[in-house]
Design a protein around this ligand. Structure first.
Ligand code: ADP
Ligand code: MG
Length: 341
């Protein structure tokens, strides 16, 4: 199955207080897909904390023990893309039939459904069909169902039917265990003080922890130096520096347009269609907040508008953030994506 990554197994998903409930629920689901009350199983948590790994581990384990089961892993983005393509090519029936035949559906990153109402509707029906047929659903998201902004209430209520289990930031001991497991997998040797130093200093997520390790190995090869505490300290300096990239207006534009499913060139056009105006105003607001561009150059970039238009857009967005909870959620979501890049 090309959708599942064989490296994401339970075996190399290190257990800790941060993931114990989610991990054992995942294990139970893998042993009896569709046959526990954990349906759907919802795994949530911040970036790089192991949602995809754990969800895929469940899929891999089911494939191993029950090879006849049809397991599908799909990211919310890919599902959305498939849906849009199916609409375009008049293939909706095939699309529905394909998804309804699956025994275990793993849908990754459902927070990305925010703002995509048509796709959500569609997923809602697939969800119901599978659930009613006793098929297993495994869902991941960056927040608990109750905090997911921009998702339809009826879909959220389905997510609450089963079990929600979160992944938290691992404590120092678990971070060290993860690093040790990783270097063991890669056949590398590292002294304990280096492991401890890295685990101590990289403390927000597992992906960065692994990134730091990769960067350390690269520097050691490049400089033909042994990995010792000094090299680790130097690496960490560069590592932190590199992660503070600059955000461009182009990038903001592409992120906002993707989020609201509007064609990218439209925000620069003269159209006053509501959804385009909203995307344009949010883009301007984010450009003001996250770039060093002047009001004049922001206006210029978003379709040759003057600085008062930018001020008005920022004001409008701020007002809506104060008064409209759904809108506030949209902006917060996009802002989070910006910061992740
Ligand atoms: P998320 O989907 O939550 O953003 P990922 O599942 O992509 O996070 O995990 C990021 C990286 O960290 C992956 O390489 C994954 O294998 C690793 N990882 C996360 N949690 C663990 C864990 N408990 N044990 C081992 N590796 C982990
Ligand atoms: Mg993921």
């Amino acid at each position: 199955d090309p959708q599942l990554n064989r490296n994401y197994t339970f075996e190399n998903f290190v257990e800790g207080d941060c993931n114990r409930l989610a991990r054992s629920a995942g294990y139970a689901v893998a042993a009896k897909p569709g046959g526990t009350s954990f349906n759907p199983l919802m795994i949530y948590g911040g970036v790089g904390l192991g949602k995809t790994h754990l969800a895929q581990a469940i899929g891999n384990e089911i494939k191993r023990a029950l090879p006849d089961k049809l397991v599908l892993y799909v990211s919310c983005e890919k599902f959305t893309q498939q849906f849009v393509d199916a609409l375009k090519h008049n293939n909706i029936n095939d699309f529905v039939n394909f998804y309804q035949a699956i025994d275990v559906l793993i849908m990754d990153d459902v927070h990305n459904f925010a703002g995509k109402e048509k796709t959500q509707d569609f997923f809602f029906h697939i969800f119901n069909h599978l659930h009613q047929s006793g098929k297993q659903l495994i869902i991941t998201s960056d927040k608990a169902p109750k905090d997911l902004a921009g998702l339809e209430e009826r879909l959220l209520s389905r997510f609450k039917w089963g079990l929600s289990a979160d992944l938290q930031i691992p404590d120092l001991e678990t971070r060290m265990a993860i690093l040790k497991n990783k270097i063991y997998q890669d056949g590398i040797e590292l002294s304990n003080d280096v492991i401890e130093y890295v685990a101590h200093n990289i403390d927000n997520n597992v992906r960065e922890l692994e990134g730091a390790m990769v960067s350390l190995l690269a520097q050691s090869t490049l400089n033909r130096k042994e990995i010792d505490l000094n090299l680790a300290k130097q690496m960490l300096k560069n590592f932190v520096k590199n992660s503070a990239k600059e955000i461009s207006m182009e990038y903001i534009q592409s992120l906002v347009c993707e989020y609201f499913e509007v064609p990218i060139e439209m925000v620069k056009s003269q159209t006053r269609k509501r959804e385009i105006v909203q995307a344009r105003q949010i883009s301007m607001y984010l450009a003001k907040a996250h770039t060093k561009s002047s009001l004049k150059s922001i206006g210029n970039f978003f379709g040759g508008r003057d600085h008062s238009t930018v001020i008005y857009a920022c004001q409008t967005v701020e007002d809506l953030i104060d008064t409209d909870k759904k809108f506030k959620g949209y902006v917060a979501d996009i802002q989070k994506k910006l910061k992740m890049s």
